[in-house]
Design a protein around this ligand. Structure first.
Ligand code: NDP
Length: 266
């Protein structure tokens, strides 16, 4: 039997085991996926190899440690500097980032988009922005504080802090901040955000499982919008394909989605 795991701290609330195990079960794949509370990120390599895991997902706060401790990093992860998936091959650790392509799959439902506003400049924003730039999109990043914006300029984005924001029309406005995760805050001052949304077409919140103030405002303004559940699902599906070396059929994806919706909050 193959063994898979999610490393995080905290990890008790993770929905990944139920999602992956449902996918395994639906095709009779001989595998089991469990949670591992990893307090010290520098131990991730030793734990992964000594416990004979075949693959892993990595969540907050260990994605950067996981990047540094892999034997090989592939794909878009090399630019992001953070990974969420480990695969063991010939006793070596091959690392991937499926968060970024998971986001790209999640926004396909919006149709053709070219001009995107990213609110926030943390780790999630970085992964998403790199994927968008690689796909030839025009990306504007706005953040509460200016210090984190420099790296986004280097990626080729237009950047603003709240006071300087001058562009107002976007095909898609994305919330990557944690505003609305555990509070009732908007990711930008209400008037500024309202002005932008009134001229924009779609809204996406990386937060999932609740109607955030951002999504509430989108709905009030009749902007087409959705939360981050599909992003979570697709990063999981892409990792599952790496774990099993199979393509996830529609039936597998349906099973994984149902498992996500039936479980506790990640
Ligand atoms: P980080 O801590 O790296 O970054 C947080 C960002 O949010 C910073 O830019 C910060 O701005 C900004 N911010 C925080 N609070 C506020 C506020 N009240 N108003 C405006 N800006 C604020 O977080 P991550 O990038 O790791 O995660 C961001 C979000 O994405 C989380 O809510 C997380 O749950 C979600 N997520 C969802 C995933 C999914 O699969 N659906 C996957 C990964 C993440 P400043 O620089 O000024 O402090």
């Amino acid at each position: 039997m193959k063994k898979f795991v999610i490393f995080g701290n905290p990890v008790a609330h993770s929905k990944s085991p139920q999602m992956h195990n449902a996918g395994f079960k639906s095709i009779g794949f001989d595998g089991v996926y469990e949670k591992y509370l990893l307090e010290d990120g520098s131990m991730i390599r030793d734990v992964f190899l000594s416990k004979n895991f075949d693959g892993a997902n990595i969540t907050v706060p260990h994605k950067e440690y996981a990047f540094r401790l892999a034997d090989e990093v592939v794909g878009v992860a090399t630019k992001i500097g953070a990974v969420n998936t480990y695969i063991k091959k010939d006793n070596k650790i091959i690392a991937h980032n499926t968060d970024a392509p998971g986001f790209m799959r999640a926004i396909e439902s919006f149709g053709e988009i070219q001009d995107i506003l990213i609110m926030g400049a943390g780790g999630t924003a970085k992964a998403i922005v790199i994927a968008l730039i690689e796909s030839g999109k025009n990306v504007t990043v706005v953040n509460r504080s200016v210090e984190k914006l420099d790296v986004f300029k280097k990626f080729g984005c237009t950047t603003f802090d709240w006071c300087g924001l001058q562009k107002y029309e976007f095909d898609l406005v994305v919330n990557t901040t944690s505003a609305g995760l555990k509070d009732d805050e908007l990711p930008m001052p209400p008037k500024l955000l309202e002005g932008i949304l009134k001229r924009s077409k779609n809204g996406f919140d990386c937060i999932y499982g609740r109607v955030t103030p951002f999504l509430k405002l989108c709905k009030e303004l009749n902007i087409n919008c959705k939360d981050g559940e599909d992003m979570l699902l697709f990063q999981g599906v892409l990792a599952w394909e790496l774990f099993t070396n199979l393509n996830a059929t529609d039936e597998v994806m349906r099973g994984m989605k149902m498992a996500l919706q039936n479980g506790s909050q990640d």
